[in-house]
Design a protein around this ligand. Structure first.
Ligand SMILES: CC(C)(COP(=O)(O)OP(=O)(O)OC[C@H]1O[C@@H](n2cnc3c(N)ncnc32)[C@H](O)[C@@H]1OP(=O)(O)O)[C@@H](O)C(=O)NCCC(=O)NCCS
Length: 175
């Protein structure tokens, strides 16, 4: 058996969960994920190639799909679905360097928090600009750029994301 084949079967070598991560019970983390300094609640599933930074909080029974980036300052409540390749942000005016030309550190930038409330869903490829609240049960369309708060139960899509309809079609048809 070649070394490559050995590596393939030793999947634990390809999941980086730093000792600073607080994991709940029965959390599932797939290969090539990179987690440090974050919290993940009971029963949540983290897909492959997901990065979750220090200070981010993920609730219980969430599904975080592959290739998603969840940065410091993001709080995701319970039972939230996060699609593939969803990008959160935490700095509205990022810069590589300080005025003296040195690379910026965590001390140099303003971190703006973001909240995703219980039962919300975020479609694949969405970008969530920092400082917004995505309300409970809301649905963000694929590829949306969320620049403002999303009302609970709303469906939004587009760039910038705009209200499309209520997620509960039945209640919308009645009203
Ligand atoms: C946003 C979404 C919920 C809308 O679904 P819907 O209410 O059934 O909407 P429809 O498909 O009837 O489309 C209605 C209109 O919105 C447009 N639209 C649909 N989804 C859109 C999106 N993500 N971004 C921009 N426009 C969108 C359609 O083109 C259509 O426009 P038109 O009326 O000019 O033809 C859905 O398209 C979506 O993006 N779901 C998320 C899917 C996803 O990422 N899943 C992740 C796991 S695989």
């Amino acid at each position: 058996m070649s070394e490559l084949q050995c590596d393939y079967y030793d999947i634990s070598r390809f999941i980086r969960v730093a000792p600073t991560v607080m994991l709940g019970q029965n959390v599932i983390i797939h290969g090539f994920a990179n987690l440090y300094g974050c919290r993940v609640g009971d029963g949540t599933r983290i897909g492959p190639f997901v990065e979750i930074q220090a200070g981010a909080t993920i609730g219980a029974r969430c599904k975080v799909s592959s290739h998603t980036f969840i940065c410091s300052g993001v709080t995701i409540e319970d039972e939230v679905f996060v699609g593939h390749g969803v990008m959160f942000t935490n700095d509205p005016d990022p810069r590589a360097t300080s005025p003296d030309g040195s690379l910026q550190t965590a001390l140099d930038w303003e971190q703006v928090p973001t909240l995703v409330c219980r039962g919300a869903s975020i479609g694949s490829g969405a970008v969530i600009l920092c400082g917004v609240t995505i309300g409970a049960g809301a649905l963000v369309g694929a590829g949306a750029v969320v620049t403002r708060d999303v009302e609970p139960g709303a469906v939004v899509a587009g760039c910038p994301a705009r209200w499309m309809r209520s997620r509960d079609r039945a209640s919308q048809e009645v009203s």
